[in-house]
Each structure stands twice: as C-alpha cells, then as structure tokens.
Design a protein around this ligand. Structure first.
Ligand code: BGP
Length: 473
C-alpha cells in the first residue's frame, strides 16, 4: 500500500517574507553607495529614466530600512518568520560596479542585517541582483548586453560568498531573470531604450546573465559546498483563450519564451525550441565553448514569483491586459486587483505541478501577494488596517500550495512579497501596498515612516504558528 503525501505543510517548511534593497533601504547615497538604475527610475517601468536622481523618486528614501532594519526584523520575528528574503544592493558593494575592491561600509551594513536575523533565528535568503544594476554599468557598458558584465558579476559574487557564505546558505542569482525580455532596463540594466534594442542584443544580454548565473553556481559548488544556489523566475501559467488549436499553439510559444530561462538553468543547455526560434528570427548568439561548460552547472533549486495567470490567443484583435511585466489577454473567469492583475489561486497549484514535473528540482515560492490600497484606521484605540481582502488572497493561494504538496510537489518554503509596505517595482508608488505591516508614507513622499501592524499581521502569525493548519479551504 502506497501512502499519498498528506495535504499539510511538511515539518521544516520555511515561512517568511521577501523584499528588495532598492524598494526598502533608502539611504541611496550613504556610506559610499553608488547610484543604481533605480535611482533614476522615479516612475518604475511606466516612464523613461531620468538623467539623475530626482526628488520625486520614492526609492531614494524608500521605507528607510537602512536605519530601521532592527525594528523591522523584530516585527518579522514577532510573526514567527523562519526565513527572510532580501537583496544586496550591488552599488553598495561596488559603487560603480567595475572597481577592483569592494566598499567596506556597504559590506558592513549586511553584516548588521545578518546579525539581527541570526539573533531572531531567521534564515536569510539572499538575492544577488534584484533590479538594481549599478548605474555606471548601465551607462558605460549598456548593462548585460556587454560580455564584460560577467566578470563584474563574478567579482561581486566572490566577495559576497567569501564574506557571508558561512551564514547565508541559500542564494538567488537574479530576480525574475526571464523579465529581461520585457523590461530590459530594470531587469538587465540595459540603457538602450527597449524599442531601439535589436532582438540579438536582447537575447545576448539574456545569455550573459545565464552564464553569470551558472558561474555563481559553479563557484558555490567548487568552493562553498554548504551553499545552495537557485534561479528565480516569473511564473505565469498561460491558458488558451479558447480550445482552438491555434490558441493552444500560441500558449506553447508564450510558455517557451518564459520557461527557456529555467530550462537552461536546470538542464544546462538551450532547449531545441529556443535554437529554432533564434534561427528563424535571425538571432545569432555569441556562445563560446567556455560558456557551454559554465552553463552545465545547474541550479540546486528553482524559485519563482507568482501573482497571476494570463490567457493567450492567436487572434490579434484581442486586447492585451494589465500584468506583472508580461501583458496577456484577460481571463473572463477571474477577478482582478485594483492594478488589473488577475487573481488566480489555482494557477499557483498548476505552476507548482508544472515546474516539478518539468525539472524535478525543489521549489521555493519567493514572491506572492496582493498589491492593494490600504486605509489606516483606529480600532480599539490602535492604528491598524482591516485588510480582509489581503487575508483572503493569501489564504486562498496558500491552500493551493498545500494542494500541490498533496500532489507530491517538493515545496521548501514561501516568502510573501513585501511583508512590510515598500515602493512598487512597476509603478514606484507607495500606495500599492503588500505588507502585513503598514508604513506611513504616501505617494507624494509625506509621512512619518512609522510602522503599524495590519489585521493580516496576526493572521499570518497564526498561519506560521500552526504550520498552515489554520488556513481555511
Ligand atoms: C516582482 C518584483 C518585485 C515586486 C513585485 C510586485 O515582479 O520582483 O520587485 O515589486 O513584482 O510588483 P509591483 O511592485 O510592481 O507591484
């Protein structure tokens, strides 16, 4: 008699939250930090970059995690976090990105963050590059279009592993690496405007990132055997708009564009469909023998963000909808968030099964959540947000994670996006809030930066405290 996997979270399942340096830290020019591309993107990806930092850029101060990290980590600990995902700002460590020696003051900041996490028994999960390429690398080298980036990244990674490798066991090489095709500046530090960028240059940039990512894995496996390296991709289940085989084929092509990155990460070579695409679109990649050898260093686990699903159709008259960097055709069966992102908890179970069946690697959900407008109110004399909509969203998604675990999928952990309110990546707003903790800061930059526990704070603490048993099916 074979016993099926029980529908519950395994012992040791990691629970926590995820952030990115540029969206929380602020202190954009302190202690030797150089500018990053985010310091010239005051509107996120919805408007062109500016020539330098402008006062309307909320990320310059963000939520001041740089000075308030101890208070914030204590709040995470109060919710019972066993893991916290954050990124290291590359331009704190190498202000321009192409220096020989790192900036000690920048390194020391992350020592302090790690000390604080250790104090509370919270495991760090570190993203090496999360949409914050040093600006100098974007302006001088056109970001990842240039092969030289691999060497700069390698130097950065070696410094990080050497300094923190004994206390950080899980690393992610690039945030949402497959987003480079959709947001070349934010994702790949590519200064050339997207419309002027030749497809060959874009895929060459993607190739350089893939090589750099595999190189990080090789360095870890050769020198730091305790370190596990994962890739991080946007997951996006894509459904055919109709059963028309032409729509199903359109889904297959859209899936390929999305999954190519993790196919390379997990298999170590480009899949046949990618080679065919390159050939038919006149894309000639510069792939050296050394690149091929490096790519063979496959990841230890696959991590991903999940916010929504999309539909695809071969019918060009159907309009594209709003989405997490990738526009798609709206699904008539699903509601949407205030920002038009369609809400689909079942899609998370679908994607977990698809990834597990395809790669057989342990999975980690490192982003998921609802961006919503919150209202700070007073309940029994305490300032809070009654965010039942967020609780419903997260509950329903976590129930589907549990279903996937019962399907036999190996899921190691879950970090909800933005456990504390932070600046949005796509729109650079404060009002698009994801947190269990409200931060008093408005889109016009006003506010005290005080922190308040929302209703979802106690809810998440209970979910973690019961290892998911309190979730409502
Ligand atoms: C992902 C990014 C994050 C994050 C999240 C939510 O694509 O990795 O950095 O911000 O989406 O998106 P947004 O902030 O645009 O609501």
């Amino acid at each position: 008699m074979i016993t099926p996997t029980p529908a519950s979270f395994p012992d040791g399942f990691l629970w926590g939250g995820a952030t990115a340096a540029n969206q929380i830290e602020g202190a954009y020019d302190q202690d030797g930090k150089g500018l990053s591309i985010q310091d010239v993107m005051p509107r996120g990806i919805v408007a062109p970059r500016t020539q330098g930092p402008t006062p309307d850029n909320l990320k310059l101060e963000a939520i001041d995690f740089y000075h308030r990290y101890a208070e914030d980590i204590a709040l995470f600990a109060e919710m019972g976090f066993s893991v916290f995902r954050f990124s290291i700002a590359w331009s704190r460590i190498f202000p321009n990105g192409d220096e020989e020696t790192p900036n000690e003051a920048g390194l020391a900041f992350y020592d302090r963050v790690l000390d604080e996490l250790e104090k509370h028994g919270i495991e760090p999960l570190v993203t090496i590059s999360h949409y914050e390429t040093p600006l100098h690398l974007a302006e001088t080298y056109d970001g990842w279009v240039s092969r030289e980036m691999i060497g700069f990244y390698e130097r950065y990674v070696r410094v990080l592993f050497e300094r923190y490798g004994h206390r950080v066991k899980r690393w992610l090489t690039f945030n949402e690496i497959n987003s480079v095709l959709h947001a070349p500046l934010m994702s790949g530090g590519i200064n050339t405007p997207k419309d002027d960028l030749a497809p060959s240059a874009l895929f060459q940039a993607a190739h350089h990132e893939l090589v750099a990512s595999a190189l990080a894995t090789r360095i870890a496996h050769e020198t730091y055997p305790d370190i596990q390296v994962g890739c991080m991709v946007i997951s996006m289940p894509i459904y055919p708009l109709t059963p028309d085989p032409a729509d199903v084929l359109a889904v297959m092509h859209a899936d390929h564009a999305n999954l190519m990155f993790s196919d390379v990460h997990t298999r170590g070579t480009y899949p046949g469909y990618a080679l065919r695409y390159f050939r038919e679109h006149g894309i000639e990649l510069d792939v050296t023998d050394a690149d091929r050898e490096i790519l063979a260093n496959t990841v230890d686990f696959v991590s991903f963000s999940y916010y929504m699903s999309l539909c695809e159709t071969a019918d060009p008259t159907k309009a594209a909808g709003e989405g997490n960097l990738m526009g798609g055709v709206p699904n008539p069966h699903l509601p949407a968030s205030e920002w038009g992102w369609q809400i689909d908890p079942v899609g998370l179970r679908v994607v977990l099964n698809q990834f597990w069946d395809r790669w057989g690697k342990p999975l980690f959900i490192v982003e998921n959540g609802l961006g919503a407008k919150d209202e700070l109110v007073e309940v029994d004399g305490v300032r809070t947000v009654v965010d039942d909509y967020r609780i419903t969203y997260l509950n329903d998604h976590l129930v589907q994670v549990r279903e996937a675990i019962a399907d036999g999928v190996d899921v190691r952990g879950y970090t909800s996006w933005g456990p504390i309110d932070l600046v949005s990546a796509s729109t650079a707003q404060m009002s698009k809030r994801y947190g269990f903790i409200y931060v008093d800061r408005n889109d016009d930059g006003t506010g005290t930066l005080a922190r308040y526990r929302k209703k979802s704070f106690a809810w998440y603490a209970e979910v973690i405290g019961t290892n998911g048993a309190s979730l409502v099916p």
